[in-house]
Ligand binder design. Structure first.
Ligand code: URA
Length: 261
């Protein structure tokens, strides 16, 4: 039967049931197990075969899908950014897409020398369909402006995860893994001189490790180019004292850019 509920309402109802303590779904109609038991006992006493309490549905094994292999093939087939965006739009295996309003693909200048990889869209980005447009994004714009950079002409921005996770939870390792081929292809197609790896999720996806407070400020290499891990602007909003180190990282980025000419 087609449900009249939209996805968000259905999910909210399900979450409410879980909060109320429902931990198992059995059937739409109640089963009187006392009556079944009584009938079975009566049948046994009369020498009849036991009453069947349930008819097991035949188990049909669903074909196994290798979501990462499919992501790899789809990403590799994308010849340009429009193709990559279309490939992501068509990719069915990430559950996050079902709860998100929009795909948040990228913003800024694809010809930029600097590509920033953030974590995942939040509420504002989900509504607008562009990365880093909320408070953290506004701080990011001010940080970039402080060293003479802007999305309008010198920076390209994307995220590891293009769909907003529910309640802004951290992306799961399997979500990062299945979206990684798209991110790698994204970097190859933009082909920036330098990468900024912003926050722990990006470190996980691009450097294979977490611990941004240890990693920040130390240049690494990602996809054959220099990559600078930096603390996420959302972290800086919560911990203004960390802006001092972020400023040092911005100066390090500026120096690298100057050295590139
Ligand atoms: N945080 C991110 O990492 N990315 C966004 O797009 C917004 C907030």
């Amino acid at each position: 039967m087609e449900s009249a509920l939209d996805w968000h309402t259905a999910r909210a109802l399900l979450e409410w049931q879980i909060e109320m303590g429902v931990d198992e779904t059995i059937s739409d109609t109640p089963v009187d197990r006392f009556a079944l038991w009584a009938a079975e006992q009566a049948g046994a006493a009369a020498g009849a075969a036991p009453v069947a309490t349930a008819v097991a549905a035949p188990v049909v094994a669903a074909p196994r899908v290798d979501a990462v292999a499919e992501a790899r093939a789809a990403a590799a087939a994308a010849l340009d950014l429009a193709g990559l965006r279309a490939a992501l739009e068509a990719y069915p295996h990430c559950e996050l897409r079902r709860g998100a309003r929009r795909l948040v693909f990228a913003d800024g200048t694809p010809e930029a020398q600097v590509m920033i990889v953030g974590e995942a869209p939040g509420r504002d980005e989900d509504i607008e369909g562009r990365p880093f447009v909320g408070r953290a994004g506004q701080l990011l714009d001010r940080m970039l402006a402080a060293i003479g950079l802007s999305r309008a002409d010198s920076v390209y921005i994307t995220n590891v995860i293009p769909w907003r996770p529910p309640q802004n939870r951290d992306p799961k390792p399997e979500e990062i893994a299945m979206l990684q081929p798209f991110l790698q292809r994204h970097i190859a197609l933009v082909d920036p001189d330098l990468l900024i790896v912003m926050g722990n999720t990006s470190c996980q996806a691009l450097l294979g490790k977490r611990g941004i407070l240890r990693l920040r400020g130390i240049w690494a290499e990602v996809a054959d180019r220099p990559a600078l891990p930096m603390t996420h602007p959302a972290y800086l909003l919560r911990n203004p004292a960390a802006k001092r180190e972020a400023w040092a990282d911005l100066l390090s980025l500026k120096a690298r850019l100057r050295a590139l000419g």
